[in-house]
Design a protein around this ligand. Sequence first.
Ligand code: NAD
Length: 255
Amino acid sequence: MSTRTAIITGAAQGMGEAIAVRFADEDINVVLFDIRGKEALLEGVVKKVEAKGRKAFYFVGDVTVEKDIEDVVAKTVATYGGLDVMVANAGILQQRALIDSTTEDFNRIMGVNTLGVMLCYKHAARQMIKQGRGGRIIGACSISGKQGLPDVALYTASKFAVRGLTQTTALELQKYDITCNAYCPGMILTPMLAHPDDDKHGGLGSVVMMADNVRPGTKAAQPNVVAELVAYLIKPEAHFMTGQSISINGGLFFD
Ligand SMILES: NC(=O)c1ccc[n+]([C@@H]2O[C@H](COP(=O)([O-])OP(=O)(O)OC[C@H]3O[C@@H](n4cnc5c(N)ncnc54)[C@H](O)[C@@H]3O)[C@@H](O)[C@H]2O)c1
């Protein structure tokens, strides 16, 4: 297999960063996509990938803007000659009771977590179909894409939608040898779970876990745990897995 190319959104930190750095262990060049203001972090991730002997560049954009997704795909193809893997990882979390949630909250969360994934799936698929050599499309879902938790109604709705998008995309792309799957993590220790009062309650993620009423004793994991699952999804043998939203949650929830 010749060198492949992957785009990873939300790649400045957290799971996106871990996936990019893990992909550098494979024969893959990576394109790191994240929002304005994350340039310094993105430069750091580029250096980590390059230290493993792979090529990388970053692209500043917003997953809710279709032109930005079209442009990152075009620049990836112009730079590396094609696109083989899309990881639609970018996402945002807001903890707020349903009765306090607004239309603006809904549009913002659905915009990043669902529209953003849809646009990544769509433009990756178009490019991969044109190339005619298959591909791997992967999205960030969540335990919240499988089961409701308190105070995250809009986030939960956005992640249930990712599961639906993933199943339909998988069916539509099967004939092109393109798989589409999503990962559904439980509590992963990234900046997404950070709260100013974490130190008072047991460290990173502790406040979010209390607010979500997560079972006491529930374990959290580092982002590399999820990156390893994503690395499986891009292996040749993973051709037989498609349309799945895969739970990786420390036993917090069983399908
Ligand atoms: N951390 C967890 O416990 C957890 C659990 C389940 C699912 N997830 C999901 O996994 C994915 C990664 O989460 P994480 O914990 O690494 O989050 P994170 O907050 O650490 O990182 C998310 C990244 O996405 C970027 N981003 C946000 N909005 C964007 C936009 N409009 N366009 C481009 N980039 C944007 C952010 O700048 C950030 O760098 C998310 O989709 C999240 O919902 C996280």
